[in-house]
Design a protein around this ligand. Structure first.
Ligand SMILES: C=CC1=C(C)c2cc3[nH]c(cc4nc(cc5[nH]c(cc1n2)c(C)c5CCC(=O)O)C(CCC(=O)O)=C4C)c(C)c3C=C
Ligand SMILES: [Fe+2]
Ligand SMILES: [Fe+2]
Length: 479
């Protein structure tokens, strides 16, 4: 059952959680009793009211919140989607003093990057299939849970596009969910994906009286689950059978990359989890007498900062040079088809492979609604239910200690603490939402954007290069 253990707190935290849970139940009882008291007229009425209330307290409504990235549904959505992505401090982290620049910078970068992204989305039919696939996964998960005698409502909360996490939370409140299992749809944990979604969720929870007292638990990653490993192995086995000499095929795991600093400075477990995941799949294949050569590389890097290596494109070229003739690409970091499987792998990497001397190319589909996979997700949810507990109770504690998500905060805090600060652009201005403060903040933001632009053009380093907006050839000789 694995990953729940990632969030198992030290004993004192665990005890505190239990205490919180107890106090939470007491509070909830008080809250539910209050309106009833007003209605009490006679003793018999009172008894009846009390027993009805008791029934209400015991009634439990389970919800599952699937967290995912989200994607633009039309080409018009691309720029605002990119804005949401770049406005996320877990994607672009500015030093504290420059945080006010996050949105103007995201605006600028999204406008400059949109044409390139639009081309990609246009080539896969004019939008991302993510919403459709995630909705279908949610529906199937609900059916499996029902079949396993755990009726639950399943919600989808996207980080950067509709249905936004906030929309899902609104529904969860409207439906009166009492127990929530939070399940990011990323098998492996990364600060930039599950971490970002959980951080957002934590901030929503912290602000809301209903949610702060709602029992919940998080399944931070689940790549090590037997069901997932078996489902992936079966997909690989099926695709291998399509090759003439299947034992000669190189199994090529291609994971989405993250900047190296996430792993080396921030302690992102993504790389370690990815490597373990690949090992587990290969062990399972070995049990099925499949002992092909395999390799893992990282795709989709943006700009010249160092990302996790080896890079997918470099590795394809190397394999071609080494005489590999058949290659089976396995997208490993995401469970839906998306722009990077449909465009980057199926078109760009395939073309590169064929140019590099590889003659036979295949690609394993994403898991999508594969029944053994969804059934295993349902098992993961059921197994997590005993861990569902109240987050916190008293106002002070509630807002300071959100136990199940706290280790995400800790993880991210390391990254925050290692970021270099920059000198402030101006020494004095007023903070706040007065008219004059807004004017000065706006001017300061513009000035700082200008400073950053000048910095970029003169040094060749910075966000516009990092995100591939300024051409690399201006400052970096192309190989
Ligand atoms: C595990 C998966 C993913 C990781 C890790 C990840 C990190 C990451 N991504 C960007 C920048 C972009 N990502 C974009 C799209 C996108 N990213 C993922 C998954 C991971 N990202 C998916 C599934 C998608 C596609 C969604 C879809 O619409 O189909 C984009 C937009 C597309 C483009 O312009 O290329 C950007 C930009 C960074 C910077 C990052 C790590 C810091
Ligand atoms: Fe991404
Ligand atoms: Fe990407």
């Amino acid at each position: 059952m694995g990953s729940i253990a990632n969030f198992t707190s030290p004993p004192q935290l665990f005890t505190r959680r239990l205490l919180q849970q107890k106090t939470c139940i007491q509070m909830e009882t008080r809250r539910l009793l209050q309106p009833s008291k007003a209605l009490l007229t006679t003793t018999s009425d009172a008894a009846q009211q009390l027993s009805t209330t008791t029934l209400v307290i015991q009634e439990e409504k389970i919800g599952v919140l699937l967290l995912n990235l989200g994607g633009p549904e039309t080409l018009e959505d691309v720029q605002p989607f990119l804005f949401n992505l770049f406005a996320d401090p877990d994607i672009i982290r500015l030093p504290k003093l420059f945080r006010f620049l996050q949105r103007p910078l995201a605006h600028l970068i999204s406008i400059l990057r949109a044409p390139k992204s639009k081309e990609g989305y246009a080539s896969i039919g004019g939008g991302s299939p993510l919403r459709r696939i995630t909705d279908a996964q949610a529906e199937d998960l609900g059916k499996f849970l029902f079949a396993k005698n755990v009726p639950a409502e399943v919600y989808v909360g996207m980080r950067y596009w509709h249905p936004f996490t906030e929309e899902a939370i609104h529904k969860i409140k409207m439906d009166g969910i009492t127990k929530l299992v939070v399940l990011p749809l990323y098998p492996q944990f990364s600060i930039s994906t599950s971490g970002s979604s959980l951080r957002l969720l934590e901030s929503i929870f912290r602000e809301d009286e209903y949610l702060v007292n709602m029992q919940h638990t998080v399944i931070p990653s689940w790549y090590q689950r037997e069901g997932y490993i078996k489902a992936m192995s079966t997909l690989i086995e099926k695709e291998l059978e399509k090759f003439e000499c299947s034992e000669k095929v190189m199994i090529f795991f291609s994971a989405h990359g993250v900047p190296l600093a996430y792993v080396e400075e921030a302690g992102d477990p993504y790389k370690a989890e990815m490597e373990e995941c690949v090992d587990l799949i290969m062990e399972e294949l070995e049990k099925r007498k499949i002992t092909n050569a395999y390799t893992l590389a990282y795709q989709s890097r943006v700009g010249p900062v160092e990302w996790l290596k080896p890079y997918t494109d470099d590795t394809i070229i190397e394999l071609g040079q080494k005489g590999v003739k058949s290659l089976l690409a396995v997208p490993i970091s995401f469970v839906s088809e998306h722009i990077e499987t449909l465009e980057e792998i199926d078109v760009e990497y395939k073309e590169l492979a064929l140019k590099s001397g590889i003659e036979k190319w295949g690609r394993v589909p994403a898991l999508g609604c594969e029944p053994t996979f969804i059934s295993d997700l349902a098992d993961a949810v059921i197994e997590s239910l005993p861990y569902v507990g109240a987050m916190a109770v008293s106002d002070i504690e509630a807002r300071q200690s959100l136990v199940p998500l706290a280790s995400v905060e800790e993880l991210l805090a390391v990254y925050d603490s290692q970021r270099r600060g920059l000198p402030p652009p101006v020494t004095m201005w007023e903070w706040g939402w007065t008219k004059s403060a807004e004017t000065w903040n706006g001017r300061a933001a513009m000035l700082a954007v200008l400073v950053l632009l000048v910095w970029e053009v003169t040094t060749g380093e910075g966000f516009l290069h990092q995100w591939g907006i300024l051409p690399l050839s201006l400052h970096w000789p192309t190989p």
